[in-house]
Design a protein around this ligand. Sequence first.
Ligand code: NI
Length: 255
Amino acid sequence: MIFDSHTHYDDEAFDGDREALFNSMHKDGVDFVVNVGADMESNRKTLVLLQKYPFIYGAVGIHPTETADLTEEDIQWLKEKTEEPKVVAIGEIGLDYHWDEPDRSIQKKWFERQLGLASQTGLPVIIHSRDAAQDTLTILKSWQENIKAGVIHCFSYTKEIAREYLNMDYYFGIGGVITFQNAKKLIEAVSYIPMNRILLETDCPYLAPEPYRGRRNQSAYINFTAKRLAEIKGITKEEVLMQTLQNAKDFYGIG
Ligand code: NI
């Protein structure tokens, strides 16, 4: 009963055994996966994956750190691809001041351009925001009326920032980081966020939960994240999986 709301199975980390992994997913309890584009090549690969596997859906978009050479033609290509029935979101898009390149003005320009795409197409947005809490919030507030729905992927900010996004009806992408020993601030925020606003995600191949921290992540490991979330919320792991499956279906509009 797992819905992995954010994956990068196009990554070369899966080149050796991608097909075997997909073939065992159903047996491992994984029902739905959304593969998220980050640059032009990963968007193209995402489109191939969703055509090949019934349980894979896709998001198209350009990650902030990949925007340096982006062109208006690329945006038009993305727009065309949003017409594919299994493309269910624009993402991942946003701001990354941790790596802090390209220049912040370039990141902001393409972030807003892709929010415009989401507004035109009526698709929800998947937001990447790292060390850029205030600017991300300011921009998303200014677009709020034009955006259907949004998720803050790999949410890593405070309870106060979470409150701002809850007021805007956003969802929160929660992954392996909540199983880490040093996740105190995040767990405080997650305790505060209601269950009906949480989407579970791996961000695989990155951010594997304990006991696999540092190794290649995969959708079945969501079981460890769900178990930790169940402890935090005082409910069962099954309840966590059932509720987050429904949340993700609602968010992505999957029937
Ligand atoms: Ni990602």
